[in-house]
Design a protein around this ligand. Structure first.
Ligand SMILES: [Zn+2]
Ligand SMILES: [Zn+2]
Length: 461
């Protein structure tokens, strides 16, 4: 009997965890953290419905926290198996987990300081020590070839765009005389995106697990190159600062590349660009080392070894360097994390620059409800910082066209490569609305049988 169960990303976007069991063997695909609303985040504290110490393998699709962020917690619960993934993913895991652990520790510290926690003392979900310890279990594997786990289980990675190192996982299960395959799509990237390659088409499979983040939406056909060029011209004219809050992995590198390409094409003047995030500095180095994974040869662009390291681009690691940027006049560009303005270094840049009408704050990613990013997007002119209200005088612009996820037209294009319908397509990694829309679409347009699993559902294949 082959059993597939869903322990995250079921009727929601975050917490990806899919368990496959056959006879005595088992493998977990992804080990993500629940994020966003409190009721979701509280799930991270529940015991997992499987014995952590009995899981011998975890295969990861990519290194976003909603796919890897539960690893340190699982380690605390006794997981000591192997974690297998693509080489770039393996190189970035520890950087991301340490950052997540730092945020956990910081939250616990503030809860204790303010006495706001019901638990005394408030504890972090996991620590930086857990993050380091679980990172030692990571082992990179090559893509496009079968990796045997046991006589019953093997898998193959296939790049899928999205961010550096992101892959789909084709899992092959042999149970007696029968052989079945499950294709875990992972997070599927976009076509013609800056920097990352197009997703590779899915392979024929008996079962498919398909994401549906934008299962009910089509991305606006705006060209991010044009939008950013226009903003740069504006700040040059006004001698202002273009502040771009951006996630340190993927989005930051895309933005640097867009600015570099625009400069090379003579569409914008060469301005000082500050990338202010220690995590972005480390991740950018890794991006420069994996040229094969990118759409362009990053080394071929400009005056440095890597297009992401040009003379006019300064990467800031220390807090002192970060604070020193506050004294610098425009025109210049500051890219800093986090992307939704909930925390991180970008906050002091925002405080410093939002008061001046010459400056522009460009929002480039998804802004969740309840974040300062969303408040800005909604046109609010007052923002709260540590209980005090501050006025927004800078221009706020929503730059479309930089989402890392395929919209439903792109998901359907990706599915186009599947000639034979899988026996079942499991729709995951989407809110109930988008997931239902995606399920209806694959049923109507492709005749696929689609199921939207609930948390904890198990299916016998
Ligand atoms: Zn992702
Ligand atoms: Zn995801």
């Amino acid at each position: 009997m082959i059993a597939l169960s869903f322990h995250g990303a079921a009727q929601t976007v975050t917490g990806s965890k899919y368990l496959v069991r056959v006879a005595g063997d088992s493998v977990l695909i992804d080990c993500g953290l629940f994020q966003g609303l409190k009721e979701l985040r509280l799930r991270n504290w529940d015991s997992p419905p499987f014995d952590a110490h009995k899981i011998p393998w975890i295969v990861l699709t990519h290194c976003h926290i909603d796919h890897i962020g539960y690893l340190p917690r699982l380690f605390r619960r006794g997981f000591r198996g192997e974690i297998l993934c693509s080489e770039p993913t393996a190189r970035m895991i520890e950087i991301l987990l340490l950052d997540a652990a730092h945020l956990q520790e910081e939250d616990a510290y503030y809860l204790n300081k303010e006495g706001k926690s019901r638990h005394k003392p408030a504890l972090p979900l996991f620590t930086q020590d857990d993050a380091r310890a679980v990172s030692r279990l990571v082992k990179p594997v090559p893509f496009a070839q079968d990796i045997p786990l046991t006589p019953r289980l093997s898998f193959r990675l296939r790049p899928v765009g999205h961010i550096l190192g992101a892959c789909s996982v084709l899992l092959t299960i042999r149970d007696g005389s029968q052989k079945k395959t499950i294709y875990f799509g992972g997070d599927i990237g976009r076509y013609n995106a800056p920097l990352v390659r197009d997703p590779e088409s899915p392979l024929a499979t008996d079962y498919l697990v398909l994401e549906s983040t934008y299962g009910d939406r089509v991305h606006e056909a705006t060209d991010p190159y044009e939008s950013i060029a226009a903003l740069v011209h504006k700040i040059v004219e006004n001698r202002g600062v273009l502040l771009i809050p951006a996630f340190a992995v993927g989005r930051t590198q895309q933005l640097v590349l867009i600015l570099r390409e625009l400069e090379e094409q003579g569409r914008i003047p060469r301005l000082p660009v500050h990338v202010d995030s220690p995590m972005a500095v480390n991740v950018t180095d890794i991006y420069c080392q994996f040229e094969d994974w990118h759409r362009i040869e990053v080394a071929r662009l400009g005056d440095a070894d890597c297009a992401l390291h040009a003379k006019n681009v300064t990467y800031h690691r220390s807090r002192e360097e970060s604070m020193a940027i506050n004294k610098l006049e425009g025109p210049r560009v500051i890219i800093s994390s986090g992307g939704m303005l909930t925390g991180g270094r970008v906050l002091h840049h925002l405080m410093q620059r939002m008061d001046d009408a010459r400056n522009i704050i460009a929002l480039v990613g998804f802004q969740a409800a309840g974040t300062r990013g969303r408040d800005l997007l909604d046109g609010k002119k007052l923002l709260r910082f540590h209980g005090e209200m501050h006025t927004v005088r800078a221009e706020v612009v929503d730059v479309g066209g930089l989402s890392g996820h395929a919209d439903y037209t792109e998901l359907m294009r990706w599915l186009g490569a599947l000639e034979k319908a899988p026996a079942t397509t499991f729709i995951t990694h989407g809110e109930p609305g988008p997931a239902a829309a995606m399920a209806a679409r694959v049923q109507e347009e492709r005749g696929f049988k689609a199921i939207i699993p609930y948390l904890g559902d198990e299916f016998e294949l």
